[in-house]
Ligand binder design. Structure first.
Ligand SMILES: [Fe+2]
Length: 351
């Protein structure tokens, strides 16, 4: 399968990964003549999707965390966020426990597989997709750091609840597609404090999870909020969640901008270590994600255009590329292993 822009759907493309809208299946894997659904997909904010075509039939996109588990996570987050919005002070801790255990088990099974978060996310369900992804990345990083299962639960729970305070912000400000003015921005910036205060009322939520909601916008150079804490004064759970939060936000389609390719988001995080993000955690994080996920379309330094077809474990920037077109736009099919051709690099990621 390969990633394409919904905008560029063509007649001979078949859907390779099911699309869900609010937990319900909207289009199933295998649906043909996808271009018929273009307008509907764009209307719910699906800007990218995975298809199968003549070039990509045998390319597999690894799933470290099963779609079923992610959906389970999203459903639990949605249910609990809605309760909090209504001012109800209880939380389905068992539900969170069960999904976090599933995530831990799947990370264990796929230990050598790089995380690919470039999944299909509709802008309309961003909050829940994002919350579950931040939880997954936090747990993955916690595992590399050899955290105990109990700490992984608290960190994962913190990741999933990090933005809970946003449900207490007026939707008009939260979903505004244009630039926020100073007042609106100051309202948004209250979400860590609001989330923390709500979680404090919930005895079953560990203080270590609450701290993630409170401090995930703190930055190591002191430029973050709400307290402007610096370096190790920011709890390490929050320093981990900050990386997960920014990385997933950048690689997600939003109403006001398209997703960044993974390598660009990774580069942004890398360029801001020591200023915004914790160096030691960034180093570990970058070893766990695939820079050029399978199915991405790229242009090589030779001018050839291709699709990433396989990863070389331990070499995240040197995957195997299926060339489909030469620099003059002529069809050319050839598998090129970038480990064997060190003089060739990925010059541009199209998707
Ligand atoms: Fe946030």
């Amino acid at each position: 399968m390969r990633l394409v822009l919904t905008e560029d759907l063509k007649e001979n493309m078949t859907l390779a990964k099911a699309i869900y809208d609010n937990g319900n299946i909207l289009l199933n894997k295998g649906v043909k003549n996808l271009y018929k659904y273009k307008d509907k997909l764009l209307a719910i904010g699906v800007k990218h999707l995975y298809v199968e075509d003549e070039y990509s039939r045998d390319i597999k996109v690894d799933e470290v965390i099963k779609e079923k588990t992610r959906r389970k996570g999203k459903a639990i987050i949605k249910k609990n966020f809605e309760k909090i919005k209504k001012g109800v002070f209880n939380i389905d801790i068992e539900g969170f426990k069960s999904v976090i255990e599933d995530i831990q088990a799947e990370l264990e099974i796929n230990e050598d597989v790089l995380l690919n978060l470039a999944d299909i996310k509709a802008t309309s369900t961003y909050t829940y997709d994002h919350s579950v992804n931040v939880g997954i990345v936090c747990i993955a990083l916690g595992k590399i750091l050899n955290y105990s299962p109990d700490d992984l639960f608290k960190l994962g729970m913190g990741g999933m609840l990090h933005d809970v305070g946003k449900v207490l912000i007026p939707e008009k400000i939260l979903n505004k597609p244009d630039r926020l003015d100073d007042y609106e921005y100051s309202v948004i910036k209250k979400h860590p404090q609001l989330g923390f205060e709500h979680l404090q009322q919930l005895e079953t939520v560990s203080p270590l999870s609450r701290i993630v909601a409170y401090s995930h916008h703190e930055r190591v150079n002191g430029s973050g909020y709400p307290r402007g804490q610096k370096g190790n004064n920011i709890h390490e759970f929050a320093r981990i969640a900050a990386i997960a939060d920014v990385f997933d936000a950048l690689t997600s389609d939003r109403v006001y901008r398209d997703r960044w390719p993974t390598y660009r988001a990774a580069e942004y995080i890398m360029n801001n270590t020591e200023t915004l993000f914790d160096y030691a955690f960034v180093k570990k994080f970058l070893r766990k994600i695939s820079f050029y996920p399978n199915g991405s379309e790229v242009i090589l330094s030779t001018g050839d255009r291709g699709i990433i077809s396989e990863q070389n474990i331990g070499f995240p920037t040197r995957p195997i590329v299926r060339i489909i077109e030469d620099k003059d736009g002529k069809k050319k099919i050839k598998e090129l292993d970038l480990i064997k051709h060190l003089n060739i690099v990925v010059e541009k990621v199209i998707l």
